[in-house]
Design a protein around this ligand. Sequence first.
Ligand code: SAM
Ligand code: DTB
Ligand code: SF4
Length: 323
Amino acid sequence: MTTLRHDWEKAEIAALFDLPFNDLLYRAHSLHREHFDPNQVQVSTLLSIKTGACPEDCAYCSQSARNKAEIERERLLPLDEVLEKARLAKDNGAHRFCMGAAWRNPTDKNLDKVIDMIRGVKELGLEACVTLGMLTEAQTERLKQAGLDYYNHNLDTSPEYYGDIITTRTYEDRLQTLEHVREAGINVCSGGILGMGENREDRVSLLQQLANLPKHPESVPINMLVQIEGTPLHGVDKLEPLEFVRTIAVARILMPRSVVRLSAGRTEMSDEEQALCFFAGANSIFYGEKLLTTDNPDENHDQQLFDKLGINQQNPVSENALA
Ligand code: SAM
Ligand code: DTB
Ligand code: SF4
């Protein structure tokens, strides 16, 4: 029985990153097998329910009003349109429907509308996840009562590098929202983005933050930056693919019972790189042709990849997750 640790030191995590690749993957994969069926991958489908004109200044994001990315702005989508997309996702085999809004935080009026969407998604028999920015305690409680299964709120990067990426809200703000979500009894989905020009110490530090939370997030999305023209991070040096795989492996070792999602950035990854990520301990993906504003691999390609790897589209639930 693996004991879950919340006291990881940076030096210990750095030592895992420094292992020879085969030793690291062997350790990560062995732990992965202890806790999960290695041939099962959870699939979530994403929908942007409110796109663009966001007041935050996240340097990676197409939706920040301060960036110059060409995207189609949209107001909060109507309920029937959202549920139509959720029905389609379900027909395509998704387990979870994740709805994202380009807000700093939701207003109570907007939250009412999102709550109707959550109830509708749940009635279809799908798990519901939303990502709406910062939440108050009272708002988190309302989401819990609506039956929300997961709330996504990423730490994005290390506390040390954070100020280079976002200035309009603090790391502490993010930790606070995560605390509200955890205390309301909603499963936490929290991870970060790699390939933003951070160094390995930052990747160590991000994983340390996630693993040393009072409870490991039930879901840990690891995104590869999708470089978007018109954002400050467009053109930043790309991360070496094997370093991405190493980060997944270390996440698996630090948080052995969490579902680790190979998240954004898959369109630029080869099948071989993705296969290594699954071996290293990733057991969730976003499925469907679009993420929020950018492309995701097409469904046929993903289906073929699953077939080639003998992966079943099953729902491995984190051993920590609340039913
Ligand atoms: N506005 C809300 C917020 O930021 O909390 C929710 C939506 S926001 C788009 C959700 C997450 O998507 C971000 O925290 C970030 O980790 C990820 N993301 C956004 N743009 C990305 C990009 N270009 N590449 C990779 N991940 C990205
Ligand atoms: C997460 O960690 N990644 C997703 C989801 N949570 C909301 C978002 C990825 C966005 C990629 C860029 C885009 O499509 O705009
Ligand atoms: Fe806004 Fe979220 Fe994009 Fe930041 S990541 S600019 S908060 S939509």
